[in-house]
Design a protein around this ligand. Structure first.
Ligand code: DON
Length: 324
């Protein structure tokens, strides 16, 4: 980093100017108090009105503003990472025998399968429950739940520059108690024989709830975003965490399916891969440039962070980074 600094070879040579633009958009969004916290999980309903944005570039330049050290559960932002791990260990071909690549156009938790009786994609609940079951059932079946959980969490930590991630036990219990829809989805998919043979559906669901309850901060998770933007190499440690092909697959699905039934409009307005979670996180990837994480718990009707979506859309008005 020091050499690049002295030679002015950063991917964003004028990082100070970029930071100024981020700050300006941050303050614009702060005054927007629309939306409300996820209410179906009591532990998410009571969270304060935080607002933070963190940036990490593919060559390790970082900037954070606002509540970027506050811990929160990653919720649906676990989905692209569980999918990445399944692809790395099992191959995308095997994973896509069980789950599709098509946007569903429906709510994230909807009871709907595609024309093959499979989940539309790994970014909605049905698909994420299936990818969690693939990781739990098919990768080295002798490993315990604890070892499987550590596998996913350690992969996230590697992508996050070896920062420790946490686990929120009350979110996990709250999640599980409020999970009638996810249980219904699990039984529905079991009936339709969506899961691989020998899957313990209830244990796989439990595993999915645990992955949603992993805790990080915007600051740390922006490094995960930068690793995905950087072809799988963590910019802080130079560790190769994902294959280039895995990043391509993850980002392609984030582009088409990452914001649930707002994915089409977001792809139209922003044109970049992103993933949201009901805790209020949005991870935006600018391929070959940076990962950006927005955190603000108030959600719109689609379940996406109001300020997070606004931030991404305003960023695109300032910088011509829409690919088309
Ligand atoms: O499965 C659930 O209900 C959640 N714990 C995760 C879903 C989620 O984050 C959807 N986000 N908008």
């Amino acid at each position: 980093i020091m050499r690049k600094f002295s030679e002015r070879q950063f991917v964003i040579p004028n990082f100070e100017k970029f930071v100024k633009a981020i700050e300006e958009i941050y303050w614009n969004c702060k005054s927007n108090t629309a939306g409300s916290n996820a209410s179906y999980i009591p532990q998410l309903a009571n969270v304060a009105d935080h607002w933070g944005v963190s940036v990490c570039t593919v060559d390790g330049q970082r900037f954070s503003i606002g509540d970027t050290e506050v811990g929160f559960s990653i919720q649906s932002c676990s989905k692209p990472l569980t999918y990445a791990l399944a692809c790395e260990y099992l191959s995308p071909e095997v994973v896509h025998k069980f789950v599709g690549q098509e946007p569903s156009g429906r709510m994230f938790n909807e009871m709907v399968l595609d024309h093959n009786n499979q989940p539309h994609n790994p970014m909605i609940n049905a698909g994420a429950i299936v990818t969690a079951s693939l990781v739990y059932t098919l990768i080295d079946g002798k490993r315990s739940m604890a070892e499987k959980f550590d596998m996913v969490k350690t992969m996230m930590e590697s992508a996050g520059g070896n920062e420790r991630f946490g686990f929120d036990n009350s979110i996990y219990h709250s999640e599980k108690e409020a999970a009638d829809r996810n249980f219904a989805l699990g039984y529905f998919m079991k009936e339709k024989k969506v899961f691989p043979a020998k899957t313990n559906m209830l244990e796989s669901l439990d595993f999915y709830f645990q992955l949603c309850s992993i805790v990080t901060s915007a600051n740390t998770f922006s490094v995960v975003g930068a690793t995905l933007a950087n072809g799988g190499v963590c910019p802080l440690t130079d560790e190769k965490v994902f294959k280039v092909e895995t990043c391509r697959d993850v980002l392609s699905l984030m582009h088409s399916c990452g914001l649930y039934n707002y994915s089409g409009q977001f792809a139209f307005n922003v044109g970049l891969p992103a993933k949201s979670g009901v805790s209020g996180i949005i991870m935006l990837i600018i391929p070959n440039l940076a990962g950006i994480v927005c955190y603000s718990p108030k959600l719109d009707d689609f379940g996406n962070s109001v300020r997070g979506v606004q931030f991404c859309e305003e960023l695109l008005k300032t910088y011509a980074i829409h690919p088309y």
